[in-house]
Design a protein around this ligand. Structure first.
Ligand SMILES: [Zn+2]
Length: 298
């Protein structure tokens, strides 16, 4: 997930306190921002605002709790419970967010990433998921304690699909879910082809299905109808490539169903959800899931 590079303080009182823990002042500022963006962003709905309000409550609870945790303990617990290596480089807030996201994905019975680490990343990238290993990296250069404000801002701007503070880890985890399926489908195709052609012929015909599917998923979403629909119903960032669309729709579906107190899904959002009952969006989602994206890309 890339971070929108617009100046964050464009419509705040630019008070330095507009960071981290959401106190009464920040909530007032938030209400003012919502009033402003309701007038200029036609895609913003009441439900979007409600999700942000609930998320602020959850964020404040997590923010307080994160102060006292020991990141090495969290890494050990993650390894014992999920068998995933994690290295948070002492970042308490990322450790908390990752643990919460792992619990969500486990409850939804979705495939988990193969590893989690924190490392400096170039450019405005909050996090990334390796296309071949499905390992997730969070950018060590970001101020993660400021994540709730950043997510609200990006949602109000229609840049990202959800203003929930867990949007970024959920988005990256959704890349891993998508890649898990693409790897599986590619392996199935490869097995059939391997039994039919010699290695020399396979190399000559460039029959590397995994690379082909990954490249296609990362190609620009140029189909005009698809691009417009995703931009209006999901986010601007989600309309950039099929892979980003899948991750950002997933981030919205999951974070819009999180309980404010437990921060766990109150129901399985992949069963029924209003905006996915939109037949066209469902069609694109299914196509991307199966790797059939040639009609949407260049
Ligand atoms: Zn992404």
């Amino acid at each position: 997930m890339k971070i929108n590079n617009t100046n964050k303080n464009i419509y705040t009182n630019s008070t330095p306190s507009f960071k981290r823990y959401f106190d009464a002042n920040m909530r007032k500022n938030f209400e003012r921002m919502v009033d402003y963006y309701k007038r200029i962003n036609p895609y913003l709905k009441d439900e979007d605002i409600m999700v942000m309000q609930n998320s602020i409550d959850s964020f404040n609870a997590v923010y307080k709790g994160a102060q006292t945790i020991n990141t090495t303990n969290v890494e050990n617990q993650i390894y014992n419970k999920f068998h995933i290596p994690a290295d948070f480089k002492g970042n308490k807030f990322l450790a908390s967010m990752t643990a919460l996201t792992l619990n969500i994905f486990q409850k939804l019975r979705l495939p988990l990433p193969t590893g989690i680490k924190v490392a400096p990343q170039k450019g405005n990238i909050a996090g990334s998921c390796s296309t071949y290993t499905r390992e997730i990296t969070f950018n060590a250069n970001e101020d993660w304690s400021d994540v709730q404000y950043c997510m609200i801002y990006q949602k109000l701007e229609n840049w990202s699909s959800s203003g929930h503070f867990l949007s970024t880890p959920v988005h990256e985890f959704m890349h891993s879910v998508h890649l898990f399926n693409l790897h599986k489908l590619a392996a199935q195709k490869q097995q059939i082809v391997d039994s039919l052609y010699s290695k020399m012929l396979r190399d000559f015909l460039k029959m590397d299905f995994k690379t082909t599917m990954i490249n296609q998923a990362g190609s620009p979403l140029i189909n005009k109808n698809a691009n417009r629909a995703v931009n209006q119903k999901v986010s601007e960032y989600g309309s950039s490539t099929p892979a980003e669309m899948f991750a950002d729709i997933g981030a919205k579906m999951i974070t819009y169903n999180l309980d404010r107190k437990t921060i766990l899904p109150s129901k399985n959002p992949f069963v029924f959800k209003d905006f996915t009952e939109d037949k066209y969006m469902m069609q694109i989602m299914n196509d991307v899931w199966k790797g059939n994206v040639s009609q949407y890309i260049q």
